[in-house]
Design a binder for this molecule. Structure first.
Ligand SMILES: [Zn+2]
Length: 107
């Protein structure tokens, strides 16, 4: 289980970047990658956007797969780590509490 919040998105940015651009890159991308490699362990949003303004969208928290809330609230990743064909689900706190209510027989 992983909590997706702002810190998680910042901490895993470099890993996401390497996953998206794993191999050879053109010279523009190479300059970008060198800047990404020089980032501290926990960069700020401003540091990322200074390299590429589009990086702000990389920090977006996934939407809840149950209620489809897409308002940046915290979600928990359940199941397999996300891959192209993984079984992964993201749930917000409200949906998790509802699920626990079912298990506890309160709903
Ligand atoms: Zn939800």
């Amino acid at each position: 289980m992983i909590l997706f919040n702002g810190d998680h998105m910042l901490r895993t940015f470099r890993q996401s970047y390497i996953k998206r651009y794993p191999g050879w890159v053109n010279s523009d991308r190479l300059q970008e990658r060198n800047k990404v490699n020089q980032l501290p362990e926990l960069p700020t949003r401003e540091m990322l956007e200074a390299i590429n303004s589009a990086f702000g969208s990389w920090l977006r928290i996934p939407y809840c797969n149950n209620c489809e809330a897409d308002d940046g609230r915290l979600v928990v990743e359940l199941g397999e780590p996300f891959e192209y064909d993984s079984t992964t689900i993201y749930l917000c706190g409200s949906c998790l509490r509802s699920a626990l209510g079912l298990i506890d027989g309160k709903r």
